[in-house]
Design a protein around this ligand. Sequence first.
Ligand SMILES: Nc1ncnc2c1ncn2[C@@H]1O[C@H](COP(=O)(O)OP(=O)(O)OP(=O)(O)O)[C@@H](O)[C@H]1O
Ligand SMILES: [Mg+2]
Length: 873
Amino acid sequence: MNITRKPGGGDGGSGHSDGDSDGGQISADAVWREPAARLLARLVTTPAGLRGAEAEARLAIHGPNDAATVKRTPLWLQFLSRFRNPLVIILLGASGLSAATGDIASFVIIASIVMASMTLDFVQEARAQSAVEALRRSVAVQATVRRDGAPVSVPIDRLVPGDIVELIAGDLVPADARLLESRDLFINQALLTGEPYPAEKHASDKTSGAENPAGAENSAEATNAVFAGTSVISGTATILVCRTGARTALGHLATSLAEKPPATAFAVGVASFGMLIMRLTILMVFFVLVVNISFHRPVLESLMFALALAVGLTPELLPMIVTVTMARSAMGLSRRKVIVKRLSAIHDLGAMDVLCTDKTGTLTEASIKLVRAIDGRGAESASAFAYAFINSHFETGMKSPLDEAILAAHPFDMAGWTKIDEVPFDFERRRISVLVEHDGKRRLIVKGAPEDLLRLSAKYEAADGQELPLDAETRRIFQATLDDLGAQGFRALGIAGHAIASDDQSIAVADESNLVFVGFAVFLDPPKASAGATIQALATAGVSVKVLTGDNELVARHVFKEIGVAVTGVLTGDDLTHLSEEALIAQVSRVNLFCRVNPQQKLRILMALKRLGHVVGYMGDGINDAPALHAADVGISVDGAADVARAAADLILLEHDLSVVREAVVGGRETVQNVSKYVLMGSSSNFGNMFSMAGAALFLPFLPMLPIQILLNNLLYDVSEIAIPFDGVDPEAVALPVKWDITFIERFMLVFGPVSSVFDFLTFYALVALFGAGAPLFQTGWFIESMTTQVLVVFAIRTRRAFFRSKPNGFLVAMALGVVAVAIALPLSPIGQWFGFVAPPPLFFAYLVGATLAYLALVEIVKIFFYRAMARR
Ligand SMILES: Nc1ncnc2c1ncn2[C@@H]1O[C@H](COP(=O)(O)OP(=O)(O)OP(=O)(O)O)[C@@H](O)[C@H]1O
Ligand SMILES: [Mg+2]
């Protein structure tokens, strides 16, 4: 073994000042190189842990223990950053310029309007985000930490160097840490090393593995330290936290990869819509500018007009509407006991069309009971129970419900039994071995997937305790017993073992051969009565459910039968090993039951579905589900799940029930539909306005609307849309998965934009020809008309039905009518003159009513044809 010390390190003493150069934390290699006692001293802590106050102080110095620490910008900075919008800056600049030439009033008004818009936007979004943040914190992964001398539960992002943490199987390792104590500790380090098999670790001042002969280091290989991002497979440990947050090995990975969550299809869709509008806006603003200047109109005024137009046309509320709509949906779901960890998962839920799930707890009650312990022929067997009990009692992995069922079945006297060693459970082998001693004799006891144990057995234990050869005929009988159990819906574990020489201290996987078969532990996990109906309801809603289980085919088939769901195709883990990716992709749609699949195979199935273009959800609670949960478009886990599963999930169900998933799916679809209402509103009225502005700029000798009027128009319009996230959605709009469809939006825009322009031009004509309008009246008239039509059209756009067949939300109605009332009242009031309005003649309002009604009627009619044509697409 080659434990080199750093030159000048001597006994690891005074030479090491490197720890302090790294933000006051221990250097990476010191975590495993230095003696534990010295690490404790350097971190000024003891095995009893830090005092609470000290931990708080260190947290302030070192920052949160979060590998991908995104520095949270203070609120006031977030607010200021909204002014970075170049359009807004230029606009404020230009109006400042015009203030210098005397027009101070309009500068004040422009500044106030810009301020009001930003505040409106900011407050909404900040409130939504803090609500969501609170939800996320409520399901944060916790660690057991010794503080003030006693173990307490603390969210892992609050850990600091010097903390003493207790780990048990299933826990995430919260930081880079040194082992102080360990028992049968096996760690899954796949995330850091790519190695899927558990790595064994020991508390010791000596280490091996971290330095390979080439001199390169891979600290994750150090056997006396554990690292953030890995997880405990089995055993227990007490650790000393040495490096936290971005300083962990994982943190280095995360920052070097600049890990950003991949943009979801929805986010990309929303962004591309923003770009579309942006391009059209720029085009249009240049056009207006060129026309104005070539007609020799005042340059500054023309520039302000163009800028106000640009500000008015950009869908600046879009991000806010998206966040607020999703946050609202997240709050709604939290009342149904679903916690949303990643906000954007909500629209992925809405688009999800395949849901993969494990069996236990979803299709079954997960109230597993041991009903019998039998030998291979089906007779009650005391030794089968005894061995099962001893195995479960001594195993230190995360106790599975099967273990709990065995231990709860009936008491068994463990006096005189001691444990020597263990080979922990993993989902490849699907079994646990313990080496135990009793009366000076040592024995290996294996418990696991019964068909595998039968395969690994050469003998069996007869009723009288004799060991007899397991010949072909007996093997057939035993297999028949097992098949019978499965067909009756019983789950089974096989029990086997053999004697081990009494000087053998340890066992390995290789010892799990030539076994003596003892019998079966037989469990009942009753099917969930409601599961069948929920799966049916999901299917009707366009979400097909596939079950991916580690259990065997007969048991799974029986559950399907009990809950009344047809098996449309089966693939087993063995089948999968023989299938190429292409072959799997060809078959995966047909199959709805995958049995005896390991974690990597669960992942493969998921990827195959994604490659077919499905939006795939995955629901599971075990360590074995974590890879698939990570890769899924929507990962769903439950509150009691293993840390790794909860950490990988986007959604946490506080109650393990498929029916809430169905509700969440509907919630997701409503969210997408409400966002698209905003987008459809914006695209049609903006596109229409562009036409109208361009036309007006060409034909009028004056500006069709003053810059401040455009900004006011924009502000009022934004206010009217605040209520959209609260609006209801027609049932048929959420009946099937909802995907973001940019071509649909483009077509909508191309059809409904010109419809609104037609009425603008009609109004222009009426104003000039009927009312003989000069600039002020024209601008006032158009302001009122465009406000009225573009606000009220929400009642037509919000539904595909005839507008009176779908009831809008009361808040939406109030906001829309309120804004229209303000737009009409303002020019009539004394305040109107600040904005350059004049009171229109009474006859204008008669025209307004007629034109608005005609416009809405036309939109309704065009809607019918439009959606008919879309349906034929
Ligand atoms: N505690 C245990 N001791 C021995 N073997 C076990 C234990 N737990 C699970 N196994 C074996 O490993 C197999 C896979 O585990 P498990 O059934 O939990 O997988 P899963 O995919 O999570 O299944 P499910 O879909 O039912 O949740 C089991 O069917 C069983 O054969
Ligand atoms: Mg499971």
